[in-house]
Design a protein around this ligand. Structure first.
Ligand code: AMP
Ligand code: ZN
Ligand code: FE
Ligand code: FE
Length: 273
């Protein structure tokens, strides 16, 4: 089985990279990609664990772009993680994530729901790790302001809610450019969640290589629609579970949302590095 969308503790996943690879192996996955938010910090550990188990690890990342205050997630595959332009770009992403956490914490304080911000900022400054709203959600949960992560997003953190702070950063087309410059393939993550269909043809002209057709929050009609769109635009398809943790965000279990060997071959055939 092939799963090209997995998170680890390098970003907002619960499992260390080696533990994630072990769990994926136990679920029957043989080719996987670790795609943490705005960091490649989990790849080395995942790669050595995958090698020792005879699994194939595809270098991966999920980069957040922003347009009109909306986040757009782009997956990168088969790139060079040591590429200097990519590394410089990821440092800017990290700085903006920390700026955002500070502003979210300010807002939470002003509405009477203060959190302990220093551990979150320290985490965001750690080499190879990124911090994000899920960590704020965990802090809100720890303080007892909410009963679940979902409630933290619904009440405070989503766009339109009182502690929402927009990101500052690159557009989707610019992120496609960074991934390609590092020798990678760019795939538009979970378009069924991002809802930016009108922009997909423009992204294809900007060099987008694929669309994430298979995803744990795509129902069969959504999957069929994006598969057809990929074919129309001459794009490959990718797929994966977007697993973060058992019983948490993206509730899918490992090994339940995978992509076919044929789709993977077609994706890999486009690789440049
Ligand atoms: P950030 O990287 O700070 O923008 O946080 C985005 C991440 O938060 C997503 O990748 C999901 O893992 C998680 N997330 C987004 N929306 C929700 C939600 N409504 N409930 C729980 N987790 C969410
Ligand atoms: Zn996430
Ligand atoms: Fe995502
Ligand atoms: Fe993801």
């Amino acid at each position: 089985m092939i799963d090209l969308h997995l998170h680890t503790s390098a970003s907002d996943g619960a499992l260390r990279p080696a533990d994630l690879v072990a769990r994926a192996a136990a679920a029957g996955i043989t080719t996987l990609s670790v795609t943490d938010h705005d960091t490649v910090g989990g790849l080395d550990e995942a790669r050595s664990e995958a090698a020792s188990r005879g699994l194939t690890l595809v270098n991966g990342i999920e980069i957040t772009a922003v347009e009109d205050e909306r986040d757009i997630h782009l997956l990168g595959y088969f790139f060079d993680p040591s590429d200097l332009i990519l590394r410089a770009f990821l440092l800017r992403q990290r700085d903006d994530r920390i700026r955002r956490i500070r502003e979210i914490a300010d807002r939470l304080e002003s509405i009477g729901a203060p959190i302990d911000r220093e551990p979150l900022i320290a985490r965001g400054l750690e080499e190879g790790r990124t911090v994000g709203r899920p960590h704020v959600a965990a802090a809100l949960l720890a303080r007892g302001y909410v009963q679940s992560w979902d409630e933290a997003f619904d009440r405070y953190l989503e766009k339109g809610r009182p502690a929402f702070v927009s990101r500052c950063g690159a557009s989707a087309a610019q992120v496609v450019g960074v991934i390609r410059e590092a020798g990678g393939l760019a795939s538009l993550a979970h378009p069924g969640l991002s809802r930016i269909d009108a922009q997909i043809p423009g992204l294809a002209r900007a060099g987008l290589d694929a669309i994430e057709v298979r995803h744990s929050e795509h129902d069969p009609p959504t999957e069929a629609r994006y598969r057809a769109l990929a074919a129309t635009l001459g794009l490959a398809v990718s797929g994966g579970s977007d697993f973060h943790a058992e019983g948490s965000v993206r509730r899918s279990a490992l090994g339940t949302v995978t992509m076919t060997a044929e789709d993977f071959r077609e994706l890999e055939a486009r690789r440049r590095a």
